[in-house]
Design a protein around this ligand. Structure first.
Ligand SMILES: Nc1nc2c(ncn2[C@@H]2O[C@H](COP(=O)(O)OP(=O)(O)O)[C@@H](O)[C@H]2O)c(=O)[nH]1
Ligand SMILES: Nc1ncnc2c1ncn2[C@@H]1O[C@H](COP(=O)(O)OP(=O)(O)O)[C@@H](O)[C@H]1O
Length: 212
C-alpha cells in the first residue's frame, strides 16, 4: 500500500505528554490531521465520542476486527484500541498528512503496512515526573495509574524501534522538535516518494534537465 500523504505515528507511555503535544501541533499546522481511534475504554470526564475517540463496546470492536476494518489494533492497559482503515485511507489518498497517537504495538504494525510511516517516541524526563503528570492530570484512579506506570517499562524498552525520540521535559522545546520532524519529513518526501520528472514538472527548470 502506498499513499501520497505522510503518516506520522506518535507513541509514548501514558502521561508522557503525547496528546498535549499532538494537540499543540494541530493548532499550529492545519495540514496535519489526527486520526480518531476506536476504543473499548470508558470516556474520561471531558472526552466526547467522535472527538478524542470512537467509544465502542467490546462486542462491536470484535465485529470490526472480524470485518477487517482496522489497519492496526492492540490491547493496551486492558482495553482494545484500533485505527480504522476509514480513519486514514481517504485522507492519505488525498495527500493529507495524518498523525496517529497509538501505542508501540500499533506503531510497529503500521510500519509493516506503511513502510514510509515516521515513528516518533515521546519520553518523559524521569519516572517521578511521569508519575506526577499522571497524578496531576487527575483523570485516572490510583489503580489505573499503577497499571500505566508498570506498563511504561515495557513500552519504553521499544524506543530503539522508532525513527525519532523526543524528550518532553520543557513542553515548548518538545513541540519545536515535533514540528522539526514533521517539517523535515515533508522536505524528504519530495525525493523519497516522487520521480525526478514529477519533482521537476512543477518547476521552470524541468526542460533544461530533461535529457541529462
Ligand atoms: N494500537 C493502538 N493504540 C492506541 C490507539 N489509540 C490510542 N492508543 C494507545 O492506547 C494507550 C492508552 O491511551 P489512552 O487510554 O487515551 O490513555 P493515555 O495514553 O493515558 O492518554 C496509549 O498508549 C495510546 O497511544 C489505537 O488506535 N491503536
Ligand atoms: N512538558 C510538560 N511539562 C509538564 N507537564 C506536561 C508536559 N507535557 C504534558 N504535560 C501534562 O502532563 C499530563 C499528561 O499529558 P498528556 O498529554 O495527557 O499525556 P499522554 O497523552 O501521553 O497520556 C497532562 O496534564 C499535561 O498537561
Amino acid at each position: 500500500m502506498d499513499y501520497p500523504g505522510n503518516l506520522f505515528v506518535v507513541s509514548a507511555p501514558s502521561g508522557a505528554g503525547k496528546s498535549s503535544l499532538v494537540k499543540a501541533l494541530l493548532e499550529l499546522d492545519s495540514q496535519v490531521y489526527r486520526s480518531i481511534s476506536h476504543t473499548t475504554r470508558a470516556p474520561r470526564g471531558q472526552e466526547k465520542h467522535g472527538r478524542e475517540y470512537y467509544f465502542a463496546s467490546r462486542e462491536d470492536f470484535e465485529k470490526m476486527i472480524a470485518g477487517n476494518a482496522f489497519v492496526e489494533w492492540a490491547n493496551v492497559h486492558g482495553n482494545m484500541y484500533g485505527t480504522s482503515k476509514k480513519a486514514i485511507e481517504e485522507r492519505l489518498a488525498k495527500g493529507a498528512d495524518i498523525v496517529l497517537e497509538i501505542d508501540y504495538q500499533g506503531a510497529l504494525q503500521i510500519k509493516e503496512s506503511f513502510p514510509h510511516a515516521v515513528l516518533i517516541f515521546i519520553l518523559p524526563p524521569s519516572w517521578d515526573e511521569l508519575r506526577s503528570r499522571l497524578e496531576n492530570r487527575g483523570e485516572d484512579t490510583s489503580d489505573v495509574i499503577a497499571v500505566r506506570l508498570k506498563n511504561a517499562h515495557q513500552e519504553m524498552s521499544q524506543v530503539d524501534k522508532f525513527d525519532f525520540v523526543i524528550i518532553n521535559e520543557l513542553f515548548e522545546r518538545a513541540l519545536f522538535d515535533l514540528k522539526a520532524v514533521v517539517h523535515s519529513q515533508r522536505l524528504r518526501f519530495l525525493c523519497q516518494r516522487r520521480t525526478r520528472a514529477e519533482i521537476f514538472s512543477s518547476l521552470d527548470i524541468s526542460d533544461s534537465l530533461e535529457n541529462s
